[in-house]
Ligand binder design. Structure first.
Ligand code: C2E
Ligand code: MG
Ligand code: MG
Length: 638
């Protein structure tokens, strides 16, 4: 048999190339199976790089892809020599062979050099002669390319390599595009998660601040106690329960006495801090099913479920007693008293507003009658027409000059002669009857009418004193001054307008309360000096109930001290009161002050006071306050 050599070598070549084709097809198939369902982009880059490297027998394989910004491309995957250093690098779109491929959308391989102009050829030949780069074209976008650098056997990439790599690129581009789409979905999902997380954070913040808002709307900022709204809420809940169980509820309305003076003289900050301390003491008295709330100003309210009248009074006493110990505010020691009005559900009312207004009425009763606790009594309630109506009536009384002054004589303990008189406000209201000064002065003070009233009172008292001066003798008339009016910036100017006659001032005394001594000392001293310069005398009223400091008293131009009637009333039988009265008289005399005892109701008190050296006596024993006509008769009789 004759063997054709040429033929046999052809057959060997053919079977080699068939063998290689098979390997290549196998590799392509494997790659396709491996990445066809793969969605992890990094893994796809790795597989594609390794397979492509084997396919074209390259030393290095790289996958440059266009970036989202459309201005740069980045080597996203790679295998072989130096790939680690290159992967991750970004370059401008125009740069190098890649730039050429992006622009031409054609593959680059050495055969390309023949198509270039001489200039271009020179430029690219060295740099890119041993490189092959085929475009990666996705279904929707141009993705980038697959590049091989240097063949492992030192030869150059040929047309076959180009064809293989192009085929390979067309197969893997879809998988890469899919995985990139999935990646971008995942990225935006992550972004969404981030937003969701942020949103949750914001939501939390929102909940926090709405909680804070809710707190502010239900709690009082000064005392941290429930405010009026929360109190309404709690009481209506308690009333509903009491209605169902047929039980009762006690309500205490607690009002701090003279708090306005404290506020006016101490300043609002200190006033607030005192309120806060008071609230703390009250809070210690409250049990878990009870509500303590601040209604506003110096008013507190306590709701006591399951309490009958007797229990409520006991509890009210506890609230009063917890104030006994003095409060320290800055350098001042402050004694706080309170008055409590009591109303009981359902006996005194079934609605909140009814119960509140009745507790309020009882509280005013307590203030007015000098007892600390008063239970609502409907028989006395003919005056109760609501606070607002009272304010309107007081305004009307000022406009229509319904107020009057009555005069109570002060006599010399030694001679028994009338030495002066105190002017006391009186108001007969057609609808309310006689409204006591303790009540209407408070209403005037709290509603901006006290200045007008006081200037009227000073004018009226001065006119009266002038009349007495021309009739009988020179006699000072004392007018009570609210701290608010005295410390008003316009006070000096106003008083100059009223006391303008040469010796007018010598006909007046101003009674001021001890609480004034808490005011800004220099300003107070200046105002008092000015009053004195007009010839008016100054007297400290209700001495012993307030907050005066004797060291300060000494430095102010005060000439008289009136011991409060609470000490005088029981001094005959009460050794403690006697001691207070005795030492006050001594002390006052040492400071050069004369002493008045108010509220002298019986002869034994008068005798004791005379013995102790008291200078002046005022009280029902001598006379009740009376109209000017009656006062004239009284003097004539004397
Ligand atoms: P005050 O200035 O301490 O006046 C003395 C109060 O004690 C008067 O009560 C007087 O009637 C009463 N009183 C006098 N002697 C006796 C007594 O022997 N026994 C008893 N139980 N009471 C006696 P009133 O007139 O009810 O005045 C109460 C308070 O109202 C006054 O206390 C004063 O703080 C205030 N007030 C009265 N009129 C005015 C005014 O025109 N302006 C100001 N700012 N306050 C006034
Ligand atoms: Mg007085
Ligand atoms: Mg007094």
């Amino acid at each position: 048999m004759v063997v054709d050599n040429k033929n046999s070598s052809n057959i060997i070549d053919l079977s080699d190339s068939l063998q290689q084709k098979e390997t290549e097809i196998e590799l392509l198939q494997e790659t396709f199976t491996e990445i066809g369902s793969e969605l992890d982009l990094e893994k796809i880059f790795r597989i594609v790089s390794e397979r492509a490297m084997d396919l074209i027998n390259a030393e290095t394989l790289l996958i440059p892809l266009l970036d989202d910004n459309c201005e740069t491309y980045t080597y996203r995957g790679g295998a072989g020599k130096n790939a680690d250093e290159i992967v991750g690098e970004s370059l401008p779109l125009e740069y190098g062979v890649c730039g050429w491929v992006w622009k031409q959308k054609k593959p680059w391989w050495q055969g390309m050099l023949d198509e270039l102009s001489d200039d271009e050829k020179n430029c690219w030949e060295q740099e890119a002669g041993n490189m092959i780069l085929v475009p990666l074209q996705g279904r929707r976008h141009f993705l980038g390319g697959i590049a091989g650098l240097n063949k492992k056997d030192g030869t150059r990439f040929d047309k076959k390599d180009l064809n293989m790599l192009q085929l390979f690129a067309s197969i893997v581009s879809i998988a890469i595009e899919n995985a990139m789409a999935v990646k971008s979905i995942e990225d935006s999902h992550e972004l969404n998660e981030g937003y969701r997380y942020k949103l949750e954070g914001l939501n939390k913040q929102l909940i926090e601040s709405s909680k804070e808002l809710e707190y502010l709307s239900l709690y009082d900022s000064v005392t941290a106690l429930p405010n009026r709204s929360l109190f309404y809420d709690r009481l209506s809940r308690d009333i509903a329960e009491a209605e169902e169980n047929n039980s009762i509820i006690g309500i205490l309305l607690i009002d701090i006495d003279s708090f306005k003076d404290i506020n006016d003289t101490l300043g609002h900050d200190h006033g607030d801090s005192l309120l806060n301390k008071i609230a703390h003491r009250f809070n210690d008295e409250v049990k878990s099913n009870e509500t303590l709330a601040r209604l506003g100003g110096d008013e507190f309210i306590v709701v006591l479920p399951d309490h009958n009248q007797k229990h409520v009074i006991k509890r009210a006493e506890m609230f009063i007693n917890c104030l006994r110990e003095a409060f320290a505010i800055e350098d001042n020691t402050i004694i706080v008293n309170a008055s409590v009005g009591v109303a009981v559900y359902p006996e005194h009312g079934v609605s909140i507003s009814n119960l509140l207004s009745h507790a309020d009425f009882a509280m005013y009763e307590a203030k007015n009658s000098n007892v600390k606790i008063c239970v609502y009594d409907s028989d006395k309630d003919h005056l109760a027409q609501g606070h607002l109506a009272m304010v309107a009536d007081a305004r009307k009384a000022l406009d229509e000059k319904q107020f009057e002054l009555h005069y109570q004589p002060k006599i010399s303990a030694q001679s028994g002669q009338v030495v002066s008189a105190e002017a006391l406000g009186r108001w007969y209201c057609k609808d309310r009857g006689n409204v006591p000064p303790n009540i209407f002065i408070r209403v005037l003070e709290q509603n901006g009418m006290i200045d007008e009233y006081t200037y009227w009172a000073i004018e009226t008292a001065l006119a009266q004193a002038k009349e007495w001066k021309s009739g009988y003798s020179i006699m000072r008339v004392a007018v009570n001054l609210s701290p608010q009016t005295l410390m008003h910036p316009d006070f000096k100017e106003k008083i100059d307008q009223i006391i303008k006659g040469e010796s007018d001032g010598e006909l007046l005394t101003f009674e001021i309360t001890e609480n004034l001594f808490l005011s800004e000392f220099d300003r107070l001293a200046e105002v008092l000096e000015h009053i004195c310069s007009l010839g008016v005398e100054l007297s400290i009223d209700d001495y012993g109930t307030g907050y005066s400091s004797l060291s300060r008293l000494r430095r102010l131009p005060v000439s008289e001290l009136k011991i409060d009637q609470t000490f005088i009333k029981e001094m005959v039988d009460n050794k403690d009161d006697q001691a207070v009265v005795h030492s006050t008289i001594e002390l006052a005399h040492n400071l050069g002050l004369s002493v008045v005892a108010e509220g002298v109701e019986n002869k034994s008190a008068l005798d004791m006071l005379t013995r102790l050296g008291c200078d002046t006596i005022q009280g029902y024993l001598i006379s009740r306050p009376m109209s000017s006509e009656k006062f004239n008769l009284f003097i004539e009789e004397q």
